[in-house]
Every structure is written in structure tokens, then in C-alpha cells.
Design a binder for this molecule. Sequence first.
Ligand SMILES: [Zn+2]
Length: 400
Amino acid sequence: MAKSTGIDCMKKNAVFIFSENQLGYKFSDTHPFNQKRLTLTVDLLKEMNALSTSEIVAPRIATDEELSLVHDPSYIDIVKKASLETGDTSKYESYGIGTEDTPIFPHMHEASASLVGGTLTAVDYVMEGKSTHAINLGGGLHHGFKGRASGFCVYNDSSVAIKYMQEKFNARVLYIDTDAHHGDGVQWSFYDDPNVCTISIHETGRYLFPGTGNITERGTAEGYGTSFNFPIDAFTEDESFLDIYRTSFTEIVEWFKPDVILSQNGADAHYFDPLTHLYGTMNIYREIPKLAHELAHKYCDGRWIAVGGGGYDIWRVVPRAWSLLWMEMNDIQSPTGDLPKTWIEKWSPESPVPFIPTWMDPHPLYEPIPRKIEIMEKNKQMLDKALYQLRSQKSYKDID
Ligand SMILES: [Zn+2]
């Protein structure tokens, strides 16, 4: 990988990519994907004195050339055209836009390119050595395909960013996705590429969108063996989730030896999330970034870029989860007590649900699950199966 050109004494620890422009990625007032969660998170971090203006960097807009690192130029043209559409939108449905999931909205192209640009801004900071870590919570749109939108995602910022890191910095990239949905778009973008490793831990596709993400999806051609999937059962709880996450992530990073880690931090594996069936609590969102942070320092000289993703309980879950992520990135000890009262008072009138007043969830958060042991066993067997091949190789070099 190319050597960093940054001047170390000027290097920041982490930058937070954000501007109000990112709120323009909005399908409708009632659509579950709601970037208000960014405002809520920024506000919560500011209340905690955990985010200062000097750490916030505005995203740039990805150019057409950058978008076409992954997306078909004809698809980009379609998105631009659809952005201006006022009439019948059914003609765009074969491109995945104008659908119920991913409706057309004004300035769709610009807003989508700005989310991609945010992730590219984060990449530039880290790969040019201007900061050790960077976060773009507006990104993480992991369902975007080459020539088609899917699952609320128009352009795939992570895929574009990975391709960009390969071309500009000759980097070997590890992508880890803990969104409750399979990170399909990113996986398929690099399915035949041996220099990108994708890991996705998600609720099994048996009953959940997008349906893919089976352990047998291991990559193809030269890229065979660099795609990993860990589909967990509905009703999976913290302990089992974290066991799968820690074991898989640690073993794979140790084997793959990336130059940089890109983590997708969808916050929809929580019990409260209305779109999924996992039973995570805030505990997983405290633990997930800890390990990413540790492994980035151990294997990648600290290079860690984090993006957002899903997260549909925007009041009770996402602001706490993503604040914990930023605090971990900055070595701020994760808070255990109450959320700031001023924050709760400010947003309570708008929230349709009462806030959880503390950083961690009350215990117990839900009734005990009768199938707990069975689910844990099943997940454990899946983990062993999914890692079997990796464990039976001595090292990456042996398969060259
Ligand atoms: Zn999701």
C-alpha cells in the first residue's frame, strides 16, 4: 500500500463527517429511513461535550467518475433523470427506484452522491494520514447495486469507497457489516476480488430482506474465500450476537491482514427495531466498535473508517448506538448513567415513544425467550461451519 503522506504531528485522532445536506436524503415523511437520526445523534454528542465543531467536516459530493467506479453510467443517468421526474415513475422500477421501498424524491441524485461523497471524505482523511479514524454516519447504504437501487439505497457508498481505496491507495480492504440485513450490495461488488474481504453478520434471510447472505456465499473465481456470511437466527440476543461477531471478525482479520477496516454500523439489530427480529440491546452497540477499534490498531496502523446504515428506531436506539461508536473512536469511556436531561426534554415532544433515559437499556428489556439455548446452539454451529475452511488453512500464503 502507498505510504501515508500526512504530517504526523498535525494528525487528528478522528473526524466526524456531517452537514445538514445529508438530511436531504429523504424519501418521504413516513418512510422508515429517516436521517433525522443524524441530527439526534449530533445533538446528543454535543450535549455530552463529546463532539466539537473542529471535529466536524462537511462531506464532498462524489463526482460521476467516482460513482462510476462501481455504478453503470447509464444507471447514474437514470437516477439523475428520475430526480427531476414529476409524472409517472413506473418506468424507473426496473432500476429499483420509484418503488415502494426506494421512492423517487427531489434532488435524489445530488443527495445520494453527497452520502457517497461523505464516505469518500472520510476515506481521504484516513488514507492520506490526516486522521487515524473517520466516521460518516450518513453512509452505509449497503444494498445499492451496480445498476439498480434496492432497500432504501440508491448509490452504494461503501462499494465506491472500497474501489476508490484500491485505485488511489492500492489498499487491501476489510469490510465488516453488522447491520441486521445482509450487506449484499458490497458483497456482490467484490465477489471475485481477492483483495477485498467482506464479512456480514445479519439476521438469516429466511424471513428478512434481502434474503441472501448464506454461509455458502464464499466468493467466486480469484475472490473465492474472501466473502464471509454469518446468518443468525431471529430472536438472537446479545451474548450469541457478540460471540459470532468477536470470533469471526478476529479470526478473519488475523488471516486477511487488511490495510484498512471499513465498518458498516447499521443499528437495526436492536430489540426495538421495527423492521427486524433480532433481540440485541444497547450492549452490542457498546461492544461492536470496541473490537473494530482494537483490531484497526493491531493490524492497520489504526486506519478505521466507520459508516452508518440501517436503524429504524431513530429515537430510542440510533442516537445512543451511534454516539457510543463515536465515543469509542475517541477513547471516551462509554457512559453508563443517564442520558443528558436537556436532550431528552428537547426531543421528547417530537418522539412518538418515551425515551429510554439511560445509556444502557434497562434489564430485562423483554420477556425471556423460551428458545434461547436452541438459538445459541444453532448460531454456534453456523459459526463453526462458516469458519471451517478458514480454520483448516494454515495461513493465507498457503493458498497462493
Ligand atoms: Zn438493515
